[in-house]
Design a protein. Structure first.
Length: 114
C-alpha cells in the first residue's frame, strides 16, 4: 500500500469529493478550501514535485492546466477570473509530495501571494 496521501485518494483508499476523473487525472475538492472553489487536479501517476517533470509529462501537465480552466469555466469563473497554483517544495509551502494543481476561485484573490 502506498504511503502517499494522493496516491491513496487516487486508489480510493481515502475518500475525497471527486469533481472530475479520466484515465490520467482526478480532481477533487480541497479538504481545507481557501476560496469558494478550491479544487486539486492530480495525476493518477505519482510525480513528487514540479522538479521531477520531464518531457514525457508535457501532455499530462497540459491536460492538468486545461482541466483547471474547464472546471473554472463550468462554475462561471472564466470571465471574472480564477487562480492556478503549483507549490513546489518547502519555501512554496508544498505539504503533499504528489504533484497537484490548485484551482481557486469565487472571491477576489490578493497578489502578491503571502
Ligand atoms: P500543498 O500545500 O500545495 O502541498 O497542498 C496540499 C493541499 O492538499 C492542501 O491545500 C490541503 O488542504 C489538501 N489536502 C490535504 N489532505 C487532503 C485530503 N485528504 N483531501 C483533500 N485535500 C487534502
Ligand atoms: Zn503519490
Amino acid at each position: 500500500m502506498s504511503t502517499c496521501l494522493f496516491c491513496r485518494i487516487v486508489a480510493g483508499e481515502i475518500p475525497a469529493t471527486r469533481v472530475y476523473e479520466d484515465e490520467r487525472l482526478i480532481a477533487f475538492n480541497d479538504i481545507n478550501p481557501q476560496a469558494p472553489m478550491h479544487v486539486l487536479i492530480v495525476p493518477r501517476a505519482h510525480v513528487a514535485t514540479l522538479n521531477d517533470l520531464d518531457a514525457s509529462h508535457d501532455a499530462l501537465v497540459g491536460e492538468m492546466v486545461r482541466r483547471a480552466a474547464a472546471i473554472a469555466g463550468e462554475r462561471g469563473y472564466a470571465a471574472g477570473g480564477f487562480r492556478t497554483v503549483f507549490n513546489c517544495n518547502a519555501d512554496a509551502g508544498q505539504t503533499v509530495f504528489h504533484l497537484h494543481l490548485h484551482v481557486l476561485g469565487g472571491r477576489k484573490l490578493a497578489w502578491p501571494p503571502g
